[in-house]
Design a protein around this ligand. Structure first.
Ligand SMILES: NC(=O)C1=CN([C@@H]2O[C@H](COP(=O)(O)OP(=O)(O)OC[C@H]3O[C@@H](n4cnc5c(N)ncnc54)[C@H](O)[C@@H]3O)[C@@H](O)[C@H]2O)[C@@H](O)CC1
Ligand SMILES: Nc1ncnc2c1ncn2[C@@H]1O[C@H](COP(=O)(O)OP(=O)(O)O)[C@@H](O)[C@H]1O
Ligand SMILES: [K+]
Length: 505
């Protein structure tokens, strides 16, 4: 399923209409009908529906929904918020049909009594503004949205909750509709995945309206779905041996922070790594070894409890991860730079490793093997010289610019993790929950990703599947054994058992 900007959606509509010849009125009919079908499954016949329509095509969808629901036996009325002369084109065509079918149309005016309307309403359908919304809500949209948000009736939005943008834009107001459910037309818009706007959507579903599959070919952004996982997760051959599943090297840890390396390594093993070696300072080895009997160790030279620069033969490894628990001391800065230069295999840089490369980003471009960076928004802000709030408001565009500029795979972590390739293609992972918002979750993710990188031919598949599995495990554990408060990274690692069992059954 693709993810689009408003501009891209308009272009897809244009291609469908002009190049394929599908009439805009038919598209609008399909949109309204697809949403009406969902509403019929959701509502009982005695629930009275009030549809709020604005001047654009979103309002046009509203007129189709009105006619279709009325025909299905529901009590429907439409409140038009704009003057008659503002309803034009396809929307005007469908407004006329609604009227000729005997629909009830109310017009907004200064003295309109919303309270009275509310008394005759069980469900608000918000068809006020769609992807054409610009800036803060104007009157009367602002008043009507405020009223609907205070009303305790079920609120269903068409395509987008009115008042929020489709794209990574700010300047919108609190008054935007807080929907219970949003029926998104054809493809989620960027704002569906932005911290600032995601909650306005409520629960969301996508409805198809007949856009041809080939019209999407220029969109390089999509959701990583259950189906994507089924199509790309490698199976294990009956005749495989430990060498077939990758030999990984985890570099990190320090005298005072041995725990995160243990989490990464444990996650890598649980995710199916064939062989795993942990490179850390000698002082950290006993505590890690006590938890991980399956790993082997490479005692690295340390100074003051930190890993220092040293000769390192990375040739036996299929993938390397560096950074967790390593600390930010100058000693570890040198080893990070050295590994970036000498790892002739896929390399994942996380946590303190990201801190160390912030002033050496150009060295990433010189690597001849894939490089993966896994920042959370704070680390992304540091790497891209932005503020954290700017990263949160523009995660999709900032990721893309960075990944393309430095030729890296970027995994920007968060409630919706964004995976970007060096070519700028992007995938959004939807699994995971707030139980993961806790120290250690990222370490576990790095381990899962390390293993996936050794087992997939395509790094993007590896990263997307790794993020999916990590989040899916957290979802499973919160649903069956834990809560989103008590969940620990070790539980997430443990939950992988169930996820793999389900995927392979
Ligand atoms: N174009 C197509 O082929 C299709 C479009 N569809 C629907 O059409 C929608 C997009 O239609 P439009 O491009 O007409 O855009 P909208 O329906 O979002 O309406 C935009 C109009 O609303 C007004 N407006 C914008 N910002 C405002 C603000 N802050 N306060 C008050 N009024 C404001 C302006 O007059 C603007 O022209 C989609 O979201 C979707 O619901 C569907 O019917 C499917 C087919
Ligand atoms: N609210 C949330 N919903 C879903 N996933 C989340 C949420 N918060 C964090 N995560 C996930 O948890 C992990 C946290 O990583 P990170 O911030 O690096 O943690 P740490 O390094 O402290 O272990 C990432 O995979 C991220 O996507
Ligand atoms: K809407």
């Amino acid at each position: 399923m693709h993810i689009v900007t408003a501009k891209e959606m308009y272009e897809i509509d244009r291609i469908t209409m002009e190049e394929y010849g599908l009439d805009g009125r038919i598209l609008m009919e399909n949109a309204g009908r697809a949403i009406a079908k969902q509403l019929e499954g959701l509502l009982s016949l005695n629930q009275r529906i009030t549809i709020l329509v604005g001047s654009g095509n979103n309002g046009g969808d509203g007129f189709v929904i009105g006619r279709t629901m009325m025909n299905a036996g529901y009590s429907v009325r439409i409140l038009q918020l704009v003057e008659d002369n503002r309803i034009r084109g396809d929307a005007q065509y469908h407004k006329q049909l609604f009227l000729s079918f005997g629909g009830t149309l109310l017009h907004w005016n200064e003295s309109f009594d919303l309270k009275e309307l509310e008394e005759e309403t069980d469900v608000w359908v918000d068809a006020m503004l769609g992807i054409g919304a610009k800036g803060a809500l104007r009157s009367p949209f602002s008043e009507v949205c405020t009223f609907v948000n205070r009303s305790e009736r079920l609120t269903v939005s068409v395509d987008i909750p009115s008042g929020i943008p489709a794209d990574e834009e700010s300047g919108y107001t609190e008054e935007a509709i807080h929907a219970d459910i949003t029926y998104i037309i054809e493809a989620p818009k960027l704002s569906t995945f932005l911290e600032r706007y995601a909650s306005y959507y409520g629960r969301w579903e996508v409805v198809r309206i007949g856009i041809p599959n080939s019209a999407w070919s220029f969109i390089k952004r999509a959701i990583w779905s259950d189906q994507s996982v089924q199509q790309t997760l490698p199976t294990r051959s009956r005749f495989s041996h430990k060498g077939s599943h990758g030999r990984g090297f985890v570099i990190g840890g320090s005298q005072s922070m041995p725990g995160s390396v243990a989490l990464t390594s444990s996650a890598a093993l649980r995710a199916g790594a064939g062989l795993l070696t942990i490179g850390t300072v000698p002082e950290a080895i006993p505590s890690i070894a006590a938890q991980l009997t399956e790993a082997t160790f490479h005692a690295m030279k340390g100074q003051n409890g930190w890993i220092q620069a040293q000769e390192l033969d990375l040739s036996p490894y299929d993938s390397v991860v560096i950074g967790m628990g390593m600390g930010r001391a100058e000693e570890t800065a040198s080893i990070t730079r050295q590994v970036v230069k000498s790892a002739h295999c896929p390399l994942l840089i996380d946590a303190d490793g990201l801190y160390h490369i912030q002033h050496h980003k150009s060295s990433l471009r010189e690597r001849s093997h894939p490089t993966v960076l896994t920042p959370h928004p704070g680390e992304m802000a540091m790497l891209s010289n932005q503020t954290i709030s700017s990263v949160l408001d523009h995660p999709i565009s900032i990721s893309k610019t960075f990944a393309m500029e430095y030729g890296v795979y970027l995994v920007l972590k968060g409630p919706f993790t964004i995976i970007t390739t060096p070519d700028g293609e992007q995938w959004v992972n939807l699994t995971g929950n707030a139980g993961l918002a806790k120290g250690g979750s990222g370490d576990a993710l790095a381990g899962v990703l390390l293993t996936m990188m050794m087992q997939h031919e395509t790094i993007q598949h590896a990263l997307s599947n790794g993020c999916y599995l990590h989040g899916k495990s957290a979802d499973y554990m919160v649903e069956h054994q834990h809560s989103d408060r008590d969940l620990l990274a070790t539980d997430v690692i443990h939950g992988l058992i169930q996820i793999f069992r389900t995927l392979s059954s």
